[in-house]
Design a protein around this ligand. Sequence first.
Ligand SMILES: *Cc1c(COP(=O)(O)O)cnc(C)c1O
Length: 810
Amino acid sequence: MNKIDLSGFKAAMGQYLRYVRGKKIEDASQKDLFNAVSSVVRMLLIDITMETEDRYTKADAKRMHYLSIEFLPGRLLSNNLLNLGIEKECRDILKTMNIDLDDLLNEEHDPALGNGGLGRLAACYLDSLATLDMPGFGYGINYDYGLFKQTIMAGEQRENPDFWPNRSSPWLLARSDVRCMVPVYGRIQGTEDREGEYNPMWVDWKLILGRVHDIPIAGFGGRTVNRLRLFSAWASEDFDMQVFNEGDYFRAVEEKIQFESISKILYPSDSMAAGRELRLVQEYFLVACSVQDIIRIYLKDHEGFDQFPDKVAIQLNDTHPALTVAELMRVLVDVHGLEWDPAWKITTKTLGYTNHTLLPEALETWPVSILKRVIPRHLQIIYEINRRFIELVKQRFPNNTRLVKSMSIIREGGEQRILMANLAIIGSHSVNGVARIHSELVKNNLVPDFYRLWPERFNNKTNGVTPRRWILSANPGLSGLITEAIGDGWISDLDQLKRLEPLVHDSVFLERFAQVKRANKIDLAEIIGETTYVEVDPDSIFDIHAKRIHEYKRQFLNVLNIVHTYLKIKEDKQIPGAPRTFIFAGKAAPGYVNAKLTIRLIHGVADVINNDPEVSPWIRVVFIPDYRVSLAEALIPGADVSEQISCAGMEASGTGNMKFAMNGALTVGTLDGATVEIAERVGLENLYIFGLKVDEIAAMRKHYNPRDYIENNPDLMRVMNVIRSDLFCKKDPGIFKRLHDAVVDFGDYYFNMADFSAYVETQNQVVTDYCNKKQWAERSILNTARTGYFSSDRAIREYADDIWKIKPFP
Ligand SMILES: *Cc1c(COP(=O)(O)O)cnc(C)c1O
């Protein structure tokens, strides 16, 4: 750990308050103080950024650029203090000024520039890149409105705008020296130039300006600070003049506003392609700004493009930035005058693509007509890429029209569409899935023909999460205990947690581990009381299902077991073996009717159960609003049980599953995504695997009849009848019939009925096992001890070695 000199800390805070805010320290609000501390920390970060940049430049380091339409970094002050190694010292300095650091940490607005797992993964990866001293940089969009804030009114989700302070946040460094110019719209004129060469001209385009803000990303140890570069859209002055001169003042202003709306808002849907023109423009805007910036940086120290793939790697986080394939070709060929073949070699050597989903509704396709209007030159380039690719397929597999059809970038039949996954695969040298089982499904189910053509391109990189945020910062009790036991090496080498294993036989350690969990549950119970007004017992089992609300994640199945348990108590007078608190959190996409109804159902069930004196001593149900990173940090350390019950084959990896297991929660889960690998590592005796497997579901899909399961299981029949009745919606009769019918009449696409009885049995086993407190604590410790593999440091090392070929520069 580099030692950072904080002797000037107090004075710098005072100066900031006085000369930036115009306040004396005694008049400063908590927010002022948060800003003061953050701006001093920012100065330290900037010093290290410059030193880091010099180090990379001197070494002529290969750089990796991580393009992602979302980043979900979470609050930064606490993380920065911990990663710089100055948390304790800073806390002490503030104490001498009668300031409690924890109060200031709570002043920070979560930057919600992402929906969930995908954006959070990107943030964990930036943390690991910096911690490993690797030149890896994030590229994203500086939305004015991040993901909506969720409130609950009468049991229903309401969406409120989240205007995050993207102009005044202390972590955003405006880089007015760097600007990107992005051409858009217009048309293609002619195909031959004066010399008779093929040379189409893109004319009459308009110009969007990309303004740049950087968020410094500090690695643990304080040696390296990289950056996350965020673009916001601005209509250029040139563009203004041109239209203003035409004399149509209002149209000019309207167009200006339209252009500036490009970076206004993050699309609030997880796992569902938006399909709106504005979204395509956003994707193109991100890609065009990033490519320009990457090439500008490369050309500072290099001439020509021969070395480009040796000095630059670009990773596409899902298909949202897949237009990079066409944009890099356009810039190399149209702007820098390269021939097609060398440009194509450079492009494919530079790009890597990460697939994040198999859900058909999430796979991006764009109508050719929209591309033609928005980016006509890119459409031409995509056609040319496709023409050459189809030639190659025909050579390799003669007379196989089925193959040509399945692998073409253009989908014919009806409206012509561009398949973004095909574009990304064809334009990249590496295609990876995000958990072992998922990568196998990508090869064998999603794009088997591409796998047959290029088996060497496909690989797996199981996701990881950063232990700095998800253990060190989120769970100080556990971190302190671990460090006391095995030293602090685990923070940047998570495999060292293995050394906790023998301590399961140490009764003192066991006791203290259990005490940490209990203290975290007391803290969580307080948050639950403040946010839901429901009192919960910290000695009950805290069973947590926190993630986006989606049918494939099966919050509905969880509710079915809760209702079943309720009916057992109410009608059969069967009392569970231990009291349990079922805790939910998660946002539903605003247009996703069944997900929003599920939130209502949870509230309806909670209302009945929590207010029934016969039942509420045994089970309580709470829904904590506004799931976000800072809430996850509060929830996860207090979990006894982690719900990871997606329909097998549908959760690409999950990362929530990893965070919970590391913090000692026992997983109740299906063999899906990375839960498969968690089970292998912690051992089947230390979690609860249940339900249908991927191949079983595939085999059943054609003939599956959910009614068979209902008719053969009186418990399930009873539960479904109660869901359909108005017990949980007395004020709005009939509203839950739709959820009932989705399962009973419309095929139960996510196999809730088929997995019901196995789930109920498993949950009963959990209650029985929890009563053996000592054994539960042992198993909990083993979850922490055996999940070091799921550190994002491990994942990033694999990406760096296998795909990016980048090295550490300590
Ligand atoms: C980790 C995380 C997620 C992803 O959770 P999954 O269970 O993997 O879907 C989503 N949102 C937030 C705020 C997170 O921290």
